[in-house]
Design a binder for this molecule. Structure first.
Ligand SMILES: [Zn+2]
Length: 73
């Protein structure tokens, strides 16, 4: 991975570790390894957009804009 310069905060839901994931080469998102919360998927279409998508996903995560798999709990 070439996103070592992108900083991820702890999970806004459970304070678990966040992981930047690439989905089949078309989008980026961040998900929590503990509770499974994740950001929206940010699509990209080129190598340049890939980096921007990774940063956008990280920004969403760091702002706490995540979807929990167990809403209301
Ligand atoms: Zn979590």
């Amino acid at each position: 991975m070439d996103f070592l310069d992108i900083e991820l905060l702890d999970c806004p839901v459970c304070n678990g570790p966040g992981l930047l994931e690439e989905e089949n080469g078309w989008c980026m998102y961040v998900m929590c390894l503990d509770c499974g919360s994740q950001t929206a998927e940010i699509a990209f279409h080129s190598r340049e957009e890939r980096k921007a998508a990774a940063q956008s996903a990280a920004d969403l995560w760091n702002m706490g804009k995540v979807v929990s798999p167990t809403p209301g709990s």
